[in-house]
Design a protein around this ligand. Structure first.
Ligand SMILES: [Zn+2]
Length: 776
């Protein structure tokens, strides 16, 4: 850390120093441009306050440059604590460099600047003031308007790219459970209705404040806004003075409207200086459109199949393409992939329509041992169908509950979603993350008490199965023998062949004797597979095969016992000659039914009871009352009202009363309507309610149905996303960047959505991302 003593001269030079020190400690890059190193800093001292605004210390590199001229940057690389190396450092500038690296580095480094000599630690309090630019990374640009940096804090060369990024994304308008503030005793808060007809209005969940989208992007270029800097940096919070929102826009010539105009101009390709410089004939444009179309088609093909962007010879394909516009550069292709992925997510979020959703989260390591967190949304769409959609993967540095929650919030915010619409969260509690996930669950529940946590049912059932299998001695012994048997019999290729031959001979004999029937799909070649401990379904498959091949297995065991190596002989014999149970008192039937079957069922029940918590069981029991099977036999009004009370933010006091009467009419209607009598399960009920438009008649009942369906059941979709990740980022593509991998995965997993987007949308998005040399 930087000591106080080094900050005592409150000049801009020390601001630099801070940065330099920080970088130096982290071994990062410090990029200085020539003009910054001018000794005369008087004209820049006025900007000293801006240095304070550069708080993004965690970024690994800063750019220091003056506004007026942009000479090629000069690198001063801070290598480690013992040496400093620099390139292209003229002797004239050396004196200035001394100003920047004075006493902080004193003693700690001998400041060897290669090629230019030696810098001794000199203190100079009259150092010049500089503006520090923050390097940026499109991946990490914050979505929340309260968290983003001023545009002017980035390098001027990047301004347009950043603006395009935000413009493509659109204003941040999350629907959130906005907190209430009091104005002279009266409670007031932000309202999502204000977004209507105000496409400039943004809301920051982090700061609970409103911002202006366009003034943020272009405010610095157009001068004074209505409301000063409020809508750009500080954020508007006076919810009782709605008129201020109107006065921000003001007349045609207001600063705000200028900013809007500038944003529109930025996206008009024809007006860009480059389009004027590079003349393009209509034929060129037509050709470009054809090329881009073809490339988008190719990329779509590759992405939907999870293939790599590789090829060794495209000369045949690219014969007629102009040499300077092949569109095969990796950056271009990544931009197109990004455009497809973002359009895909946009369709998904549009389908969600600001409704309730629940999240399924899991984390896993990818091939390059990076911890990746995957997030899936579950919601009921407007047709009443349950949808689970993959939202994205995020690389998380640490897996503590807090950092996971932050990553989730960031990802949701990027898609204009807020935690306040969350109605359920599902994780697999079986992983070693359980403690942290519990923490994550609690953290989210603290913010939103309707986000009920469901421990993945598939994992729970698996766990009960495993618990019983491990705890019951007879069962455990049985599985031990089975896996031993598989090891001995299937141990080598030779033995597998012997097993296959024995099975073949057996089948032929049976067929000749007429014991077995022949036909399509019958008597296929089978094998004994090793069961896996994490996938208990595999035991079932193994046992089935074992029953099928039993006599062949015994044959092979006998062969091993005779011809095998000594230890194999012992194993085979121990399996064959397993001591028999004492059968004097009990019949087999009694033993298997009373001693095994009943005890196991008992243990299962106990285990299941232990696994489901009291509150969750109550919730689930109430939900079961929605079940329409057998003419709504499970219907129970009291329980459904109790269910409504689980969601206090969706059912206010008056709603509960209304629900009471709605439920009475609803059940009478349902039981007397033929259309609803054959339904199986709540999901069919929801679809039927929507298709018959009954959901408009009974809105509160439909809300209950929706909430019940939104609750996650199993985390299978997340697990599937990890399977996709293994397929897309495999050993051959293990250097894939995080953003590129995420984009590939979004398209690969949600290919049905991605295929529904037309090329025109994607091409337009691609064009808007950066200034392109060619126009559509
Ligand atoms: Zn504005």
């Amino acid at each position: 850390m930087i000591g106080d003593g080094m900050l005592n001269t409150a000049t801009i030079g020390n601001g630099m120093l801070n940065t330099a020190m920080d970088l130096w400690e982290n071994g990062g890059n410090l990029v200085l441009s020539k003009t910054d190193l001018r000794e005369n800093g008087d004209d820049l001292t006025a900007r000293s306050s801006e240095i304070g605004s550069v708080t993004a210390r965690r970024r690994s590199s800063f750019r220091v440059t003056s506004d007026r001229s942009r000479p090629p940057p000069l690198r001063l690389r801070v290598v480690d604590s013992s040496s400093l190396t620099a390139r292209l450092l003229p002797a004239r500038l050396l004196r200035t460099v001394r100003c920047f690296l004075p006493q902080a580095l004193k003693g700690q480094c001998a400041c060897v600047l290669s090629g230019v000599g030696f810098i001794s630690p000199v203190q100079d309090s009259s150092s010049s003031s500089k503006r520090i630019r923050v390097d940026f990374d499109l991946e990490n640009l914050p979505s929340d308007p309260g968290l983003r940096q001023k545009i002017s804090s980035y390098h001027p060369n990047n301004h347009d790219e950043i603006r395009r990024y935000y413009l493509a994304k659109g204003p941040c308008q999350p629907v959130h459970d906005y907190p209430i503030s009091h104005f002279s005793g009266k409670p007031r808060r932000f309202r999502s209705e204000w977004y209507v007809d105000r496409n400039w209005l943004e809301y920051s969940i982090d700061k609970d404040a409103a911002f202006c989208f366009y003034c943020y992007l272009f405010g610095q270029d157009v001068g004074k806004q209505g409301g000063g800097d409020t809508f750009i940096t500080k954020g508007f919070k006076l919810w009782n003075q709605l008129a201020k929102l109107e006065s921000h826009v003001r007349g045609v010539n207001s600063a705000h409207n200028h900013a809007v105009k500038k944003s529109e101009d930025l996206l008009k390709e024809k007006q860009h200086i480059q389009s004027v410089l590079v003349k393009q004939s209509n034929q060129d444009k037509l050709d470009y459109r054809v090329q881009l179309n073809a490339i988008v088609d190719c990329i779509r093909f590759i992405l939907c199949r999870g293939l790599a962007f590789r090829g060794h010879d495209e000369s045949q394909v690219l014969q007629r393409v102009p040499k300077n516009c092949k569109l095969t550069h990796s950056d271009i292709q990544k931009d197109i992939v990004n455009a497809i992925a973002r359009e895909t997510s946009k369709v998904i979020i549009k389908d969600l329509e600001n409704g309730f959703f629940s999240i399924l989260v899991d984390e896993s390591r990818d091939i390059s041992v990076k911890e990746q967190m995957s997030l899936v949304l579950r919601y009921v769409n407007k047709k009443g169908i349950i949808i689970e959609r993959f939202l994205g993967v995020v690389h998380v540095a640490s897996t503590t509950a807090l950092s996971l929650k932050n990553a989730i919030e960031c990802l949701l915010c990027e898609h204009n979603l807020s935690l306040s619409n969350l109605r359920g969260q599902g994780y697999d509690g079986a992983s070693n993350m359980q403690g942290d996930i519990n923490g994550l669950k609690t953290l989210i529940l603290k913010e939103n008490n309707s986000a009920f946590y469901v421990h993945c049912f598939a994992h729970q059932l698996q766990l009960t199965l495993v618990a019983v299998a491990k705890n019951h001695i007879n069962i455990a012994e049985f599985f031990y023998v089975v896996s031993n048997l598989v090891t001995v019999v299937g141990g080598s290729c030779k033995r597998r062949d012997a097993l296959r031959d024995a099975q073949f001979a057996k089948i032929r004999e049976d067929l000749e004797n007429g014991v077995r029937r022949s036909g399509q799909g019958l008597n296929q070649e089978t094998n004994l597979k090793r069961p896996g401990d994490t996938c208990w379904g595999s035991y079932y498959g193994t046992i089935l095969n074992l029953i099928l091949m039993f006599s062949a297995v015994v044959d092979v065991l006998e062969i091993i016992e005779e011809d095998g190596l000594s230890d194999q002989k012992v194993e085979a014999r121990s399996i064959m000659r397993r001591p028999r149970r004492n059968t004097q008192q009990n019949t087999n039937l009694h033993h298997y039914r009373a001693e095994l079957f009943y005890t196991v069922i008992d243990m299962q029940l106990q285990e299941l009871n232990n696994r489901f918590s009291e509150a969750n069981t109550d919730l689930l029991r109430c939900m079961a009352c929605l079940n329409p099977s057998n003419s709504f036999v499970a219907f129970d009004k009291e329980k459904l009202i109790r269910l409504a009370k689980f969601y206090p933010s969706d059912f206010l006091g008056t709603d509960i009363l209304a629900l009471d009467s709605q439920l009475q009419n609803y059940i009478f209607d349902m039981r007397s309507n033929d259309l609803f009598l054959e339904l199986q399960g709540v999901s069919e009920l929801a679809e039927k309610l929507v298709s018959t438009r009954k959901h408009e008649t009974y809105p509160l009942v439909y809300l209950l149905v929706k909430l019940a369906l939104t609750l996650p059941v199993a985390t299978a979709t997340v697990e599937r996303s990890f399977s996709a990740m293994k397929y897309v980022k495999n050993e051959l593509r293990n250097r894939m960047g995080d953003r590129f991998m995420n984009d590939c995965l979004v398209v690969y997993i949600e290919k049905d959505v991605a295929c529904s987007i037309d090329n025109e949308t994607i091409m337009q998005r691609f064009q808007d991302m950066k200034t392109r040399r060619r126009q559509l």
